[in-house]
Write a protein that binds this ligand. Structure first.
Ligand code: BTN
Length: 263
């Protein structure tokens, strides 16, 4: 297979050739602080559009809970910017639909991944991808979702710092061959669009069902670490908002909206 190199000369024609439902604006950077941070500036400078922002490397890639996302060349760093519809108030499902998209993308290249609540993508207990969802309003009070996705593709886990929660892996380490990043971006975007269409059509139960089937959190005894609180119990369900329901030893049902989950 002839792998395309990720350059602006290659990426723009490849994306323009695709027929995407939601996206028509594309941005590419060789190196940028963070595609999510760039997204915020792009919304300010050029409001009213849905965009895809891609970088070859990030100098200050951001993760959940103010962590860093180390972003060497060879990884896939992308932010989807979408104007929220006025009736769209289920933003808490965005991490789940992004996780489903990554899970389907990995499945399409024969990698079996699991989703760990809320949105870590693991392969054999090693982290292969992460998701950072943000939102912002433009000057006309139009809301935008920024769905940032980072996937370890052709970069090696030895080049990454050890994650505090679990070791890392990458696609190349799982399938032992280089992947075409441009092709990966296109595939991932199609899977993302399928999931986002379900979201737009209010088919939240379908998103949750796919997430549940791909998740390995439910049924496990978990420890939830929040800023000032630790909760122990059994993860029994996710509710219609994507929140984790944990049954504690004292038979209390707790709705978990954020935090780190260990098991
Ligand atoms: C996490 O697991 O903590 C989330 C990592 C999210 C990383 C992606 S890479 C593209 C986008 N830009 C960023 O700065 N972060 C997200």
């Amino acid at each position: 297979m002839n792998h395309q190199i990720l350059t602006k000369e290659n990426i723009f024609p490849a994306l323009s050739n695709e027929s995407f439902t939601f996206f028509e604006n594309f941005y590419y950077f060789n190196s940028i602080e963070s595609t999510n941070t760039a997204a915020k500036q792009i919304i300010k400078d050029n409001p009213g559009k849905n965009s895809i922002i891609i970088a070859k490397t990030q100098t200050n890639g951001r993760g959940r809970l103010s962590r860093q996302w180390y972003s060497p060349p060879g990884g896939l760093y992308i932010s989807y910017v979408i104007k929220a519809s006025s009736n769209q108030n289920k933003m808490t499902l965005l991490p789940l639909l992004c996780a489903n998209s990554i899970h389907h993308f990995l499945q399409s290249i024969a990698i079996d991944s699991q989703i760990k609540w809320p949105n870590d993508i693991l392969v054999n207990s090693k982290k292969i991808a992460g998701i950072l969802i943000e939102n912002i309003f433009d000057t006309k009070q139009q809301k935008y979702f920024i769905c940032g996705i980072g996937i370890n593709v052709n970069n090696h886990s030895t080049d990454l710092p050890k994650d505090v929660l679990y070791p890392s892996t990458s696609i190349i380490e799982e399938i032992h061959k280089n992947s075409d990043i441009i092709e990966s971006i296109i595939k991932l975007t199609h899977f993302f669009e399928k999931q986002y269409s379900l979201f737009e059509q209010n088919q939240m139960n379908k998103i949750i069902e796919i997430w549940k089937n791909a998740s390995n959190t439910l049924g496990k005894n978990v420890t939830i670490q929040q800023k000032n609180k630790t909760i122990h119990g059994k993860a029994i369900d996710v509710d219609e908002d994507g929140f984790l329901i944990v049954k504690t030893k004292s038979n209390n049902y707790q709705k978990i909206t954020s935090g780190d989950c260990y098991y």
